[in-house]
Design a protein around this ligand. Structure first.
Ligand SMILES: Nc1ncnc2c1ncn2[C@@H]1O[C@H](COP(=O)(O)OP(=O)(O)OP(=O)(O)O)[C@@H](O)[C@H]1O
Ligand SMILES: [Mg+2]
Length: 409
């Protein structure tokens, strides 16, 4: 299966999508009709087309819209021929469904959920009984190999509705989500032929940022990044980070692709301008940090430092108060950071002593258990020794007082 996936990727220039392709291959091998679901521009058509080509079956493509009626799908009688010859197979012009069935090929229906319900219903007998009845001709049977591959956008999209349960039931479902940033960069590169990787990276970042913006209901797909890349090239020349140029291009490319939240008071242009500015600023900063050799993300390091000093304060307070339960809690929450603090600030010995002599002993025991796993061998040895001693003392206490360990908590 994996080699087949590789072949499809190479032959049809599909970037990534290994798992989805594997699932699709399994479905076709098992003769299952496939419904690809995903948002606009996610790659439904490109994958479905590659699949049909890979299996070397001819395919008939249908683009679903609200005017696509039943007769367009099954076929119709030519009026002039009917007058001359009457109703017969000869005077019947087969539609894509009938053609795919009689040839044993793929019927590729793009945007199935945009088709009227009546047209969708024609597919029901074709898909499971593998036959349809054409009035005045009779049954048309499907040859082996006939398969429906359909795509649909999720239901919340304008102009679409959900397909019927009966129709859904006849498909296996493959969901397509947005791809990773680096895969989208490769797609944009493949589609545009652009070799300026700064341009591609910025265009992809801008498109992706629209998907997270609180004022945007539907962000742009990789098509947005492709369009930005293609438009910026003739306009930008050397001034790659010119915000004015980028904003103009991004508005051109994205205004038709994104949908704002109903309640937003912001204008589309301003939202896009904000996104472009923040992406360019980040990009410029990253570039200068890379140039000076500081590749570490400063804010991340700062965050880690703050967290460490916060944990250190909490740990010291808990130790000062002799609150071993709190120490255990802090340790379990962040074992690495706390053991580092214990060692760096020489608190380890204090903690062990407290664990050994404290009352009640249950948190002490817990603490010795949790700490020893993340210590260096020498200290682990000490912790183990104290742990054993503590267990013996607890056992003696239980025997002496005929107490259950649970009461000791
Ligand atoms: N994984 C991929 N590998 C290569 N190219 C891709 C991939 N995904 C998307 N593309 C490219 O991105 C663009 C959009 O993909 P496609 O037309 O297949 O989307 P779609 O889901 O069918 O969109 P729509 O919902 O509008 O029909 C195309 O140019 C396509 O070639
Ligand atoms: Mg499509």
């Amino acid at each position: 299966m994996k080699t087949q996936v590789k072949t499809i990727q190479q032959r049809y220039k599909i970037i990534g999508r290994e798992q989805e392709l594997e699932k699709a291959l399994a479905a076709v091998s098992a003769n299952k009709h496939i419904l690809f679901e995903g948002t606009v521009g996610i790659g439904k058509t490109v994958i479905a087309t590659a699949l049909a080509n890979h299996f070397n079956r001819s395919f008939h493509r249908v683009d679903g819209d609200e005017r696509y009626n039943e007769h367009k799908l099954t076929g119709w009688f030519d009026p002039a021929l009917v007058i001359a010859k009457g109703y017969s197979r000869e005077t019947f012009i087969p539609g894509p469904l009938t053609q795919a069935m009689t040839e044993g090929s793929f019927l590729f229906i793009n945007e199935l959920n945009r088709m009227p319900e009546g047209t969708q219903n024609v597919l029901l007998p074709a898909m499971d009984e593998r036959q349809i009845i054409i009035p005045k001709i009779g049954p048309i049977k499907a040859k082996p190999g006939f398969l429906v591959i359909a795509t649909q956008n999720p239901e919340e999209f304008v102009g679409t509705s959900r397909i019927s349960e009966a129709l859904e039931d006849r498909f296996v479902w493959i969901r397509l989500d947005y791809q990773t940033e680096s895969e989208e960069q490769k797609i944009a590169e493949k589609e545009t032929g652009c070799k300026n990787y700064d341009i591609i990276a910025i265009a992809v970042k801008i498109a992706r940022r629209t998907r997270e913006h609180p004022d945007i209901r539907h962000g742009a797909s990789v098509r947005g990044a492709i369009d930005i890349t293609e438009l910026i090239q003739p306009l930008s020349d050397s001034q790659t980070l010119n915000a004015h140029v980028w904003t103009g291009v991004a508005i051109m490319a994205l205004a038709t692709k994104i949908e704002l939240q109903d309640q937003t008071t912001q204008k589309m242009e301003n939202i896009i301008r904000g996104i472009v500015t923040s992406v360019l600023n980040e990009y410029a900063k990253d570039a200068s940090e890379k140039a000076t050799g500081r590749s570490v993300n400063k804010t991340e390091t700062q965050k880690k430092r703050n967290l460490a000093s916060d944990s250190s304060k909490k740990l010291k307070t808990a130790l000062n108060e002799g609150n071993l339960a709190k120490v255990v809690y802090l340790f379990q929450k962040n074992p690495e950071a706390i053991s580092e603090i214990l060692l760096e600030e020489n608190l380890f010995e204090t903690m062990l002593k407290m664990a050994e002599h404290s009352e009640p002993r249950w948190p002490a025991l817990q603490l010795l258990f949790v700490t020893q796993a993340s210590l260096d061998p020498k200290r682990r040895q000490i912790a183990k020794r104290i742990l054993n001693r503590t267990i013996r003392r607890i056992a003696a206490q239980i025997v002496g007082k005929r107490n259950s360990p649970y009461k000791m908590r």
